[in-house]
Design a protein around this ligand. Structure first.
Ligand SMILES: [Zn+2]
Ligand SMILES: [Zn+2]
Length: 329
């Protein structure tokens, strides 16, 4: 199979030909049709996330069809279309797993980090962690649902019933969350990098009530905020925009240091919290909601061999919506 391979952090991905992987017990072998490109992939490439499997196939928003099932894998028929998310395996036995928090499992394995992912023509996945995908989304459109959509949705749920919702960083996750938030009757206030007029315009087109620069004030107090940008300085900025009792949800897996801030920004029962990974329950629930609304993902497609360009565009903030690799095979 062709794969875009990470040999070591800090290096560009290498266009490689590898032996097809074989499905182990309980696993399925997939023909990969599309794979989303996520900011987390940049963090792996940059070495912000330590101890990746090396060499590594990145990619944790995989849309594929089942070619073959390993021993004991009976969940999906050959030819079934499935999605593979970031959570690739959890132990099922620890306190976190047994209390509905498999996203926090200490032994969890993540797709495109500790397990090979979808920047390739083939991938294997534990069938228990795959999702059937809703009809109405073609392969490219479905890919961003699997992390951007799913983590965004978990973040949105953790804002409670906030009506005025701030979103800091308007990329793939935000463009999906905005649609869900609007569907739920919330108002979205989108904060982008200063000067990113196209990003602000994009947010308004998706139904944001207001869009502006993240270094300016919010036009009115916010009930909650989600920070998708990996910028720790946005935490006190977002806190300062909240009403009492409001929550700031940090949705990224990595963030620059959060600067010291005066206690009065937190006072009044304001909350700062992170969102880590996903549970299978999140995925099932979000995919149902996404199909019902229905969410419309905006995708920028790149052939597999242009994975380095897709990552560079994401880094530079040039992508509108979600970058997705596709395999012609
Ligand atoms: Zn991701
Ligand atoms: Zn566990």
């Amino acid at each position: 199979m062709r794969a875009m391979l990470l040999d070591a952090p800090g290096r560009p991905l290498r266009d490689a030909v590898l032996a097809d992987p074989r499905p182990g017990a309980g696993e399925v072998l997939l023909r990969v049709h599309a794979c989303g490109v996520c900011r987390t992939d940049l963090h792996v490439v940059d070495g912000d996330l330590e101890h990746p499997k090396l060499p590594l196939v990145l990619g944790h928003e995989i849309v594929g069809t089942v070619l073959e099932s390993g021993t004991g894998a009976t969940r999906f028929a050959t030819g079934a279309r499935v999605g593979v998310p970031w959570l690739g395996w959890s132990c099922g036995r620890c306190g976190y797993c047994r209390s509905g928090r498999e996203n926090l499992c200490d032994r969890a394995q993540f797709t495109g980090y500790q397990r090979d992912g979808g920047y390739a023509e083939r991938a294997v996945a534990d069938e228990r962690f795959c999702f059937p995908l809703p009809d109405g989304f073609d392969d490219l459109a479905a890919a961003p649902l699997l992390c951007a959509g799913l983590i965004g949705y978990r973040s949105l749920v953790l804002t409670g019933d906030a009506e005025r919702l701030g979103i800091y960083g308007f990329g793939a996750a935000a463009h999906i969350v905005t649609q869900v938030a609007r569907y739920e009757g919330r108002r979205v206030f989108a904060f982008t990098r200063p000067g990113d007029e196209p990003g602000q315009q994009f947010a308004r087109e998706l139904g944001a009530a207001w869009a502006g620069a993240s270094d300016g004030p919010a036009p009115e107090p916010l009930d909650a905020a989600i920070i998708f940008a990996p910028v720790g300085a946005l935490v006190p900025t977002a806190l300062a925009a909240l009403v009492k009792g409001g929550t700031v949800v940090c949705a990224g897996i990595h963030m620059s240091d959060i600067p010291a801030f005066p206690y009065h920004l937190l006072w009044g029962e304001r909350v700062v919290r992170s969102v880590a990974n996903l549970t299978r329950g999140d995925g099932t629930e979000f995919l149902r909601v996404a199909g019902k609304i229905p969410v419309r993902t905006m995708v920028e497609a790149y052939p597999l061999e242009r994975a380095n360009d897709a990552l560079a565009d994401l880094r530079a903030g040039r992508s509108r919506g979600a970058a997705v690799l596709h395999c012609a095979q």
